[in-house]
Design a protein around this ligand. Structure first.
Ligand code: NAD
Length: 347
């Protein structure tokens, strides 16, 4: 069975590809990725020569290429992760997010629709999305699958748009689909523009830790390998036409999380206690910054039996150790283009 996974050279995608290539020798896994600044084939070095794995460099916004790939390989399942994924970049260049996240998703849906005959096992179009589509919560409450969409950033608006198109193709053309909306992921291979690897890298470099506003923004955090396990489960056992929220049952205020990271990094690097905290620098707030996201993941827990396998302590420990022992990876992704972005973003 040919399975297409898009965005497999990115952070979450690389963990999903590895899991599928290793767990399902009877599937052929095709990784379609444009290798943007966020895509990195180093993330998949250990499995690149597996016989059930093929990498294809292509842009999902290119309709012709997407069509020709579906014609050639007749993908029986699609797990769609390719996206522009960083909120700050979406504020600078919203159109790039519309092209990849909305147009790219529609190209995939159209190609899937053309080649799907309704006669495969496991056939479905699985769209990976975010809890940010639901907008912001106050001090209490949780996002459920019934929470109305209310996106506040160009990133979340583009993801909401793509979610709506997937659902609409299901309703209009009877395509089998499933959507999951997940909270913030962290773990190995995450590009250091996102909070946890950004701060790990800055602490290593001994440079300021830029905290937006008063730092009281709250997010739920999930270890990336637990997200990959949930994706495997939903792809195989999820009910067509359903949405599942995925979360870590693990809310943190940004500032508390940063202080925890500082403490752990001081220990790991053998620096005096409290030295990394001195690097914390409060900066001008992100426009449209959502106060709090929190996920009610009881549906996937009750219906599919999924819960996170590691605690936040364990996940952070694995993550920090990985960044500390993968200096070459970190140096490669934080040189060149990243420096230009960083200076512009935190000037
Ligand atoms: P990422 O930015 O690390 O990776 C995205 C990948 O998509 C990269 O490999 C990139 O090269 C590829 N890509 C981008 N534009 C493309 C295009 N036009 N054509 C083909 N490939 C393209 O992102 P991530 O953090 O791994 O997120 C993966 C998915 O999960 C996204 O859809 C994101 O919205 C969703 N998600 C992420 C989080 C999170 O915390 N990171 C949480 C919930 C949902």
């Amino acid at each position: 069975m040919n399975i297409l996974i898009t965005g497999g050279a990115g952070f979450i995608g690389s963990h999903v590809i590895r899991l599928f290539v290793k767990t399902y020798p009877n599937y052929h896994i095709f990784n379609l990725d444009a290798l943007t600044y966020a895509g990195n084939l180093e993330n998949l070095k250990d499995i690149e020569n597996e016989s059930n794995y093929t990498f294809i460099k292509a842009d999902i916004a290119d309709e012709e290429i997407v069509d020709s790939l579906f014609n050639k390989y007749k993908f029986e399942g699609v797990i769609h992760l390719a996206a522009e994924s960083h909120v700050d970049r979406s504020i600078i260049d919203p159109l790039a997010f519309v092209k990849t996240n909305v147009l790219g998703t529609i190209n995939l849906l159209n190609a899937f629709k053309k080649c799907w005959r309704g006669d495969f096992i496991n056939k479905r179009f699985y769209h990976i999305s975010t809890d940010e589509v639901y907008g912001a919560l106050g001090e209490s409450g949780l996002f459920t699958e019934q929470t109305p969409y209310s996106p506040n950033s160009p990133y979340s608006a583009s993801k909401a748009g793509s979610d709506h198109f997937v659902r609409a193709y299901g309703e209009t053309y009877n395509l089998p689909y499933v959507i999951t909306n997940c909270s913030n992921n962290y773990g190995q291979n995450q590009f250091p523009e996102k909070l946890i690897p950004l701060f790990i890298n800055n602490i290593i470099q001994n440079i300021p830790l830029p905290v937006y506003g008063d730092g009281n923004y709250t997010r739920d955090w999930l270890y990336v390998k637990d997200h990959a396990i949930a994706i495997d489960l939903v792809f195989h056992k999820g009910i067509n036409g359903e949405t599942y929220n995925i979360g870590g049952f693990n809310e943190w205020k940004n500032i508390d999380l940063v202080k925890l990271l500082c403490k752990k990094m001081d220990d790991k690097l053998g620096r005096p206690k409290g030295s990394s905290e001195l690097l914390i620098t409060y900066i001008k707030d992100r426009p449209g910054h959502d106060l709090r996201y929190a996920i009610d993941a009881s549906k996937i827990k009750n219906e599919l039996g999924w819960i996170p396998s590691v605690t936040f302590e364990q996940g952070l420990e694995k993550t920090i150790s990985w960044y500390l022992s993968n200096e070459v990876w970190l140096n490669n992704v934080t040189s060149g283009q990243y420096q230009t972005y960083y200076k512009k973003q935190y000037k």
